[in-house]
Design a protein around this ligand. Structure first.
Ligand SMILES: [Zn+2]
Length: 286
């Protein structure tokens, strides 16, 4: 069981989750979760052989259903159908579970329809939103869900604790609007680490900040940087953190495409200062 799984299963069951990461990974996790909470054999759940487990494995459990985009989007009617079924008690399982695949494709109206259910949670009904793009979801939806990240890369594991601490401090300063961008770029470059490793680490810090904001606190990947993460979560709005996450992802793509690394750091830090909503004097020439 992965670190994220352990955190997920150690907590009290929530009524709404977001699983971030590649579709095939999050789908497997969501179905595993549905089996785990509905399994009759709690000691070894999911056992895989009790009736609820078998029905979920075969896709015939009447309380576990999946919503896929209809064409290019998940539409309001699809969400309404689910929402109305959520009001009923589970037919035979302990929990009714609805998995929204590619939830970033939900139309705005569909998200608003879902929001009402998330605001007035119906016990025994659980929504799991799978996504690889948090920014497409409206922040009020994200804030009602516990966010778990299954897209954590391995690159950032190569950074030493001292470098991690230093980098986390830089992000905290951007969220507080007190970073000198030139100095920040110099400090990042001085670490001598690969841009991909640093950017993946930044991504994981922002994902942790989202977790703090959505109260899935136990889900922190970078527990050792809890102070900095809390600092970011305290200083910035959820929508700003999501934008920062997206910006970092954009620069990670640029780095993988062998873009100019110095320019990437400048763009990143300037962009972060901007999305964090702080005015700053830009002495950077770019
Ligand atoms: Zn079972």
């Amino acid at each position: 069981m992965s670190k994220v799984d352990k955190m997920l299963f150690s907590g009290i069951i929530s009524h709404a989750y977001i699983f971030m990461g590649p579709e095939e990974v999050t789908t497997e996790k969501a179905l595993f979760f549905a089996r785990k909470i509905n399994c009759k054999n709690t000691d070894i759940s999911p056992c895989g052989f009790c009736i609820p487990c078998r029905k979920i494995l075969n896709g015939v459990n009447p309380d576990v259903f999946e919503v896929f985009p209809d064409g290019s989007s998940i539409k309001i009617d699809q969400v309404r159908n689910v929402v109305s079924s959520f009001a009923k008690r589970p037919v035979e399982a302990f929990y009714r579970v609805c998995i929204f695949h590619e939830s970033q494709k939900m139309t705005r109206q569909a998200q608003n329809a879902l929001l009402k259910t998330l605001e007035e949670p119906i016990t025994k009904s659980i929504a799991i939103l799978l996504t690889d793009n948090l920014q497409q979801l409206i922040p009020t939806v994200v804030s009602r869900c516990q966010v778990y990240d299954y897209g954590f890369g391995s690159e950032s594991a190569k950074l030493s604790p001292e470098i991690r601490k230093k980098l986390a401090g830089i992000l905290k300063k951007t969220s507080q609007g007190v970073l000198d961008v030139e100095l920040g770029v110099m400090e990042i470059e001085k670490t001598g680490q690969k841009a991909e490793s640093i950017l993946e680490y930044f991504l994981s810090l922002y994902r942790d900040a989202v977790a703090v904001k959505t109260k899935s606190r136990a889900a922190l990947i970078n527990m050792e940087q809890e102070d900095e993460i809390n600092g970011i979560a305290k200083a910035a709005k959820l929508s700003a953190i999501i934008s920062a996450l997206q910006l970092t992802l954009f620069q990670l793509k640029a780095a993988k495409g062998r873009g100019n690394i110095n320019l990437i750091w400048h763009n990143l830090l300037l962009g972060l200062m901007e999305v964090m909503g702080n005015s700053h004097d830009s002495r950077c020439p770019i």
